[in-house]
Design a protein around this ligand. Sequence first.
Ligand SMILES: Cc1cc2nc3c(=O)[nH]c(=O)nc-3n(C[C@H](O)[C@H](O)[C@H](O)COP(=O)(O)O)c2cc1C
Length: 209
Amino acid sequence: MTQIEQTARARKTLKLLGNPAAPAPATGLSRETVEALVAAAGWAPFHRPAHRAREGTDPVVEPWRFTMLDAPGCRALLPRLSEIPKPPGKIADMLAVADALILVTWLPEPSEESWQATDFNMEHIAAGSAAIQTLLLAATERGIGNYWSSGGCLGTTEAFALLGIDPTDILLGAIFLFPDPPANAEAVPGKMREKRSHPGAWSRWVTPT
Ligand SMILES: Cc1cc2nc3c(=O)[nH]c(=O)nc-3n(C[C@H](O)[C@H](O)[C@H](O)COP(=O)(O)O)c2cc1C
């Protein structure tokens, strides 16, 4: 088995739930390491420049944006969650123990009405998802526990305003990076982890006749 095949199998959801009333100290995951993971993510394929680049309002062509919080940033966000109308649920428990949170947003086309906008949006989401998976694989290879959450309250306009994220972006994933081993935190696996089918159940060869 190749290295990437081993890493793909080893990647797994790790949700660590801490105590928002007694947040955990940071364990020393450096900004440089997070930036290395983000740089790896940036090698994901993407097909179309984001509309802002096509229009000339933003020179950055990638259809994704990464907004990063280190451990102090995660802890600082905890008391600010009360400013977000959507209930935080487990997001607060994870912010209490995470070493980093990376909010990955994608840049939708301004209009959904044309076939082009629909096609481009599908490609933007696909590209952003590939970037996230690359980040998760890079984290896995470094032994950093990771979790791709849809983000709940972090995808709201109030959360975006708090973190300076463009209000037209859409949250694709809230990626939590966790210390390993867990310190005074409950570890929860992904609920679909053990439900995987054999590849033969969802893949097939075809030969047109
Ligand atoms: C787009 C996306 C969104 C996800 N959002 C959530 C979420 O909000 N809550 C959650 O518990 N797990 C979420 N997950 C993680 C999945 O539950 C997890 O990947 C699945 O259970 C398989 O487990 P594994 O990652 O260990 O293989 C999400 C995964 C993806 C790809």
